[in-house]
Design a protein around this ligand. Structure first.
Ligand SMILES: Cc1ncc(COP(=O)(O)O)c(C=O)c1O
Ligand SMILES: Nc1c(O)cccc1C(=O)C[C@H](N)C(=O)O
Length: 384
């Protein structure tokens, strides 16, 4: 079937109109920065003109102060988290620091942290940075080998749900169970899976998770991230960034810190209301679509990408698995110069060293014609 026919039959095709995208551009980098939902601009206008200008500081009592928990609970259904376990705040890196610090604190006598050897570098840097304070040994292990590598020495393991380079999807239930079998805690990084595939954090018994909102959740550049703390750990969740926003009674201005009783204790400082309002507005799109439909289209876009490559560029070296154990991207070997040449043709992907071209497939706005154009573009930049 042609790309145009596939687009014509796509039940999600109409959702693209929710985004401010140039039809002439094939935007295939939603796995790095999502596209702008039109409703975000309207919401920010409202927050600035009506809430900030209209209510001034009184707006904190009109829903600003509680926005991190409220918006966290809107992300909850996308990650299989019942209410009260997810809060939106800080960056993924900062939230990972909090989650990992709390995890090792829960595991006295265990002296090792495992880190996904193929993770986005920041996760490894954070683990190393924390270990510099706690004295833990950090060992880098492929997620597939984590259950076998973990032992009674392992306090916690940081695992990516979807590998940011290849798009490989890791088996959350099996890896989590494997870690738990030796008493290690599981900390999942959902940056590349949230908003593209169904996730069951509660169902898998995951201990902690972090993720960003600026990729497939389209919250905008630098949008705040989220952190999930499983209900079973909420009472004992202790992290070192004990700022006033996580205090049980922040406006009492007590000189002693007592953490909030719930997920609020994962907060540290004042919430960035403008950025958070953008995330909130972007999440409205999930009132129109289901994650199951998004997942089905994401896999279909990937299958179509592989078909086009087989037909037009069989010599391509494809890094992304063809089976459904993948997220929503297709990665092929290539160069930074090729990426630049593609951008000159209106095809936007990204390059990750040393030799990977990544093409993100965001089912809310990616069209089959975008995939077809990307493969035609790859053919022309490979053949000169
Ligand atoms: C898998 C993964 N983890 C962590 C990060 C870091 O996120 P942040 O910049 O919000 O700290 C990113 C992207 O930047 C990422 O892709
Ligand atoms: N957050 C980013 C940024 O501010 C600029 C450029 C890229 C990013 C990214 O998020 C990169 C992304 N985590 C990746 O998968 O490579």
């Amino acid at each position: 079937m042609s790309a145009a026919d596939l687009d014509a039959r796509d039940p999600l095709a109409g959702i693209r109109a929710e985004f401010d995208l140039d039809p002439a551009v094939s935007y295939l980098d939603g796995n790095s920065l999502g596209a702008p939902p039109r409703r975000v601009a309207d919401r920010l206008d409202d927050v600035i003109r009506k809430q900030w200008a209209g209510r001034l500081i009184q707006a904190w009592d009109d829903g600003w102060w509680d926005a991190p928990e409220r918006i966290g609970d809107r992300i909850g259904p996308l990650i299989g988290a019942a209410a009260g376990q997810t809060v939106v705040c800080d960056s993924t890196s900062v939230n990972l620091f909090k989650a990992l610090a709390a995890a090792v604190r829960l595991q006295p006598g265990r002296d090792e942290i495992l880190v996904d050897a193929r993770t986005f570098p920041s996760d490894g840097y954070i683990a190393d940075g924390l270990a510099g304070f706690t004295g833990h040994t950090v060992r880098r292990v492929d997620p597939v080998d984590m259950p076998a590598a973990a032992s009674e020495r392992t306090a916690a393991a940081v695992v990516n749900h979807v590998d940011y380079v290849t798009g490989r999807l890791h088996d959350m239930p099996a890896i989590t169970d494997g870690l738990h079998a030796v008493g290690a805690l599981a900390v999942w990084d959902l940056c590349h899976s949230v908003g593209v595939l169904p996730i069951q954090l509660d169902g898998c018994g995951v201990d902690f998770a972090v993720g960003c909102t600026y990729k497939f959740l389209n919250g905008g550049p630098g949008a705040p991230a989220f952190i999930y703390v499983a209900r079973k750990w909420l009472d004992r969740f202790e992290h070192p960034l004990t700022g006033w926003a996580g205090h049980r009674d922040p406006f009492a201005m007590s000189s002693d810190y007592t953490g909030s009783a719930g997920i609020g204790r994962a907060r540290a400082g004042t919430p960035d209301i403008l950025a958070m309002s953008a995330v909130d507005a972007a999440l409205d799109i999930w009132d129109l679509v289901s994650i199951e439909d998004v997942r089905a289209k994401g896999l279909a876009l990937g299958d179509f990408f592989f078909e086009c490559l087989d037909e037009l560029l069989p010599s391509a070296s494809v890094l992304t698995p063809r089976d459904p154990a993948r997220g929503h991207q297709v990665s092929v070997a290539g160069t930074a110069a090729q990426l630049k040449a593609l951008a000159g043709r209106g095809i936007i992907g990204d390059f990750r060293p040393p030799n990977v071209l990544r093409f993100g497939l965001a089912p809310l706005y990616t069209r089959y014609v975008d995939v077809e154009r990307a493969v035609h573009g790859l053919v022309s930049v490979q053949t000169g």
